[in-house]
Design a binder for this molecule. Sequence first.
Ligand SMILES: Nc1ncnc2c1ncn2[C@@H]1O[C@H](COP(=O)(O)OP(=O)(O)OP(=O)(O)O)[C@@H](O)[C@H]1O
Ligand SMILES: [Mg+2]
Length: 344
Amino acid sequence: MTERTLILAFESSCDETSVAVIENGTKILSNIVATQIDSHQRFGGVVPEVASRYHIEQITKCTDEALEQAAVDYDDLDAVAVTYGPGLVGSLLIGVTAAKVIAWAHDLPLVPVNHMAGHIYAARYVGEFKYPQMALLVSGGHTELVYMPAEHEYQIIGETRDDAAGEAYDKIGRVLGVNYPAGKTIDEWAAKGEDSFHFPRAMEKEENYDFSFSGLKSAFINTVHNADQRGEELNKYDLAASFQQSVIDVLAEKTMRALDDYPVKQLILAGGVAANHGLRARLDHDMKKYHPDVTMLQAPLKLCGDNAAMIGAAGYVNYQHGDRAGLDLNAVPGLMFERINDNN
Ligand SMILES: Nc1ncnc2c1ncn2[C@@H]1O[C@H](COP(=O)(O)OP(=O)(O)OP(=O)(O)O)[C@@H](O)[C@H]1O
Ligand SMILES: [Mg+2]
C-alpha cells in the first residue's frame, strides 16, 4: 500500500468557515466552505462579532461534513493544520480552538499556517512549484509581491501602502450600489465597458515594487459624486472598466518589474482578486511577451477566495518542514511575512 499523509485543515480568518481533508498536500478529498456573505451584506462589510458567532455555529458541522465527504476517520489523520493569522482575532480563534481540541483529543500534531502562504498554495493544485519563485498576492486585505527563494521561505519585496486591491474594489462597488464583496460584479461590468475615464495609475513608474490604491479610489468616488451633483448618470460599465484597467496596469507593471530584477522560475497569481478575469488575461499576455521562460500558475478560480484546501496544501509543506505548535497556539491577527527591502 502506498503511504499517504492526510491533513485535516481549518480556515476561519475572515467570513468563511472552511474545513478540508487533503492527501499528500496535492489532492483535495473534501473542501467544505460555509460562507457568511449574506449575513454581512447589509452592513457593506464584515462585522467581526457576527463573523465569530457564525464560525462557532458552523465549525463542527463543517468538520463532520469534511470527514464524511473524504470518507476518513480521525484515526486516519496524520496532522491538523490551521490558519493562525493574519485575520480577525475572534474569527481566527474559532478555527485555532477547534484545531487544538481535535489535535489534543486524537493525539495529532498541530501545524500552524499563515493565511497568506495558504493563498499562495491554492496554486499548488494547478501544478508543481519551482524555485526561486515570485507570487503576486492580491486579496481583500493584502496586495504584495512575495519572493520565495526556496520552499517554505517567504519574503515581501513590495506591498500596498494603503488599500489592498480587493478593498478598493469593494469600496468603489459600494459607490455604485454593488453588494459586498463587489469584485466579481465589477469584473463582469468591466468586460462590457471601455477605459474612458483614465483614472490615475499610482506609483506605476516608481523604481520599487510597492502599490497604492487609495488615490484611484478617491478619483473614482469624486468622479461619481461630481456627476451626481450635476444630475448626470455615468455609464457604470465604463466606470468599472476604467477602474479595473488602472488596477491591472499597476499590478502587471510592478510584477513584470519584479521579474526583471529577480530571476525566478515561476510566477504564482493568488488571493481573492486573482479570480479577476482581466488580471488573469493580462498576466497571460505579459508573461508570454516579457518573460516567456518563466512559468505561471494561476490559482484555480474556485480556490482564489478563502478555503481550507489551500491551508491544507501549505500545511502539508509546513508539516514536512517540522513546524509544530503547542496547545498554547494563539491567533496572530497581524501575522506578516518578513519584508526584505526598505519601504521607500
Ligand atoms: N473577480 C474578481 N475581481 C476582483 N476582485 C475580486 C474578484 N473576486 C473576488 N474579488 C475580491 O477578493 C476579495 C476577497 O478575497 P480574499 O477572500 O482573499 O480576501 P480576505 O481573505 O478577506 O483578505 P486576506 O486574504 O488579505 O486576509 C474581495 O475584496 C473581493 O471583492
Ligand atoms: Mg484571504
